[in-house]
Design a protein around this ligand. Structure first.
Ligand code: ADP
Ligand code: MG
Length: 496
């Protein structure tokens, strides 16, 4: 096993990786930007080194700086987490060229799966079903796209080849709208990924997002750890994930698992990865993409299988064989994850920044908190607004939901606006309770899901006073000559 690991990330996932390292006896080395000097991942790691930069482009994305720190600190492996450099083949290559182990797949596998169009073609060859689509390098030939769209049939989805995080995606309902959608998707993709290429896919309506966690060692063993359902999405981005999928039969579950293993084997995949599928109402499924990294929602799989995916990543990266075969992997119960975002649902989900005055969650049986923040931390504009994940386990889906609701209703987060109440509304909706949520549900029911504001002016004034009083308000009304000011009265007036 490795002796030390540099964690090339921040926030909750860096903390999650540090905890796995601690259990394995691996020394942890953190890196940090100027905004993160006092961040949890820095305080919890055994060592921490500054990147001398503020924005991601100046810090967490600078390959040379990170490799240099790994070298001088003597790290024998690097874990990239998710986001940032986790899916950069250049990074994976640079790490290995520096004779440091990369806790992730080969640069070639990242390359092959990194571009959605190339991955689709590869999957077609491997016999993994893909959504009917159209790929062309000539984006200016709108007629070719129109022709293809008519053949596939509307609605159509325009997708970015280099996409991720739901960006560069447009749903097009008729031919008139196609050209504009292509132009705007290309613009968004260029801005987000530096790659404007797009392609077309049939838009599957009332779809479910079902993905399979796979893990493979370097001895030819590839297994899956069952599926997760992530259909609760806003603008094609996941908000709530669960495992197992409430709609799959055992037979469908086995088939989707085997298909995911086949997809991973087609690129000689080693380490943990996720094969994403879009499923129709009757359980037919098509390959969407493969995420060649640890995913945000990996904890729900950990809770139903009892396996620590991050520890398994270290194990296979160090060259060890997987400690189990497919038949040994069992699942039990149900797990649900909610992503807590510093954002304002009532203001078009705009990120909310500021100091977190208080952050507390009650201890509830079966509920896990993966968080990168504590009371007093600052949420800045520089990074993703996801600040914590709440993961609830129960013997049944119903138990998991009720534990989650108990945790969320008593969770305290003050200082920034969050989607906490929105999550509660979602979990309480009849559709979620009955497992009837598809990928367009949230966007279609946004108004009904919007929590009612229960903040009265009286509460706001009382809170402001409560916040200000202990710090001492400097008021000297008498000297200012305001004889009506309550602060000038000597009759024992008090705020209770
Ligand atoms: P990203 O890289 O942004 O995650 P994906 O290909 O995984 O892109 O798609 C993101 C989401 O968009 C999916 O989870 C699903 O909700 C929706 N989606 C993608 N492709 C289709 C499709 N062909 N039909 C219907 N929905 C789709
Ligand atoms: Mg995806």
């Amino acid at each position: 096993m490795f002796k030390s690991c540099l964690i090339a990330n921040r926030g909750e996932i860096a903390v999650r990786i540090i905890r796995a390292c601690n259990e394995l006896g691996i020394k942890t080395i953190a890196i940090y930007s100027n905004a993160d000097e006092n961040a949890q991942h820095v305080l919890l790691a055994d060592e921490a080194y500054p990147l001398d930069g503020l924005t991601p482009a100046e810090s967490y994305l600078v390959i040379d700086k990170i490799i240099e720190i790994a070298r001088t600190s003597g790290a024998d492996c690097i874990h990239p987490g998710y986001g940032f450099l986790s899916e950069s083949p250049d990074f994976a290559r640079a790490v290995r060229n520096a004779d440091i182990a990369f806790v992730g797949p080969s640069a070639d596998a990242i390359d092959l799966m990194g571009v959605k169009t190339a991955a689709r073609q590869l999957m077609d060859e491997a016999g993994v079903p893909t959504v009917p689509g159209f790929i062309s390098d000539d984006a200016s030939n709108i007629d070719a796209f129109l022709d293809a769209a008519r053949k596939i049939g509307f609605p159509i989805m325009v997708k970015a080849s280099g996409g991720g995080g739901g960006k560069g995606i447009r749903v097009v309902h008729n031919a008139e709208m196609l050209q504009d959608a292509i132009v705007s998707a290309r613009r968004e993709a260029e801005k987000a990924f530096g790659d404007p290429r797009i392609f077309l896919e049939k838009y599957i309506e009332s779809a479910r997002h079902i993905e399979v966690q796979v893990i493979a060692d370097s001895h030819g063993n590839t297994v899956h750890l069952f599926e997760r359902e992530c259909s609760t999405q806003r603008r094609h981005q996941k908000i709530i994930e669960e495992a197992p999928s409430p709609i799959l039969s055992d037979e469908q579950r086995q088939r989707i698992g085997e298909t995911a293993v086949k997809a991973a084997q087609a690129v000689n995949y080693v380490n943990a990865g996720t094969v994403e599928f879009i499923a129709t109402e009757n359980g037919q499924f098509y390959f969407l993409e493969m995420n060649t990294r640890l995913q945000v929602e990996h904890p729900v799989t950990e809770l139903i299988t009892g396996l620590d995916i991050v520890q398994l990543q270290f194990l296979v990266a160090s060259g060890e064989p997987l400690p189990m075969k497919q038949g040994d992997i069992e699942k039990t119960g149900h797990a649900i994850e909610c992503r807590l975002y510093a954002e304002d649902p009532r203001n078009n989900f705009l990120p909310s920044i500021g100091r977190i005055h208080q952050f507390d969650m009650p201890h509830i049986m079966g509920v896990r908190l993966d968080s990168g923040i504590v009371s007093g931390d600052e949420v800045t504009i520089h990074y993703d607004p996801m600040i914590a994940k709440i993961i609830a386990f129960g013997s049944t889906r119903k138990v998991a939901i009720s534990r989650m609701l108990e945790a969320l209703k008593h969770l305290v987060i003050l200082g920034v606006t969050t989607n906490l109440e929105f999550l509660v509304e979602l979990l309480q909706s009849e559709e979620f309770q009955n497992a009837q949520v598809n990928t367009s549900f949230v966007d279609q029911h946004l108004q009904d899901l919007m929590p009612e504001s229960n903040l009265t002016p009286e509460m706001l004034i009382a809170s402001a006073l409560f916040d200000a009083l202990p710090k001492g308000i400097e008021i000297n009304a008498e000297s200012e000559g305001d004889v009506y000011s309550p602060w000038a009265r000597n009759d024992g007036f008090k705020i209770g």
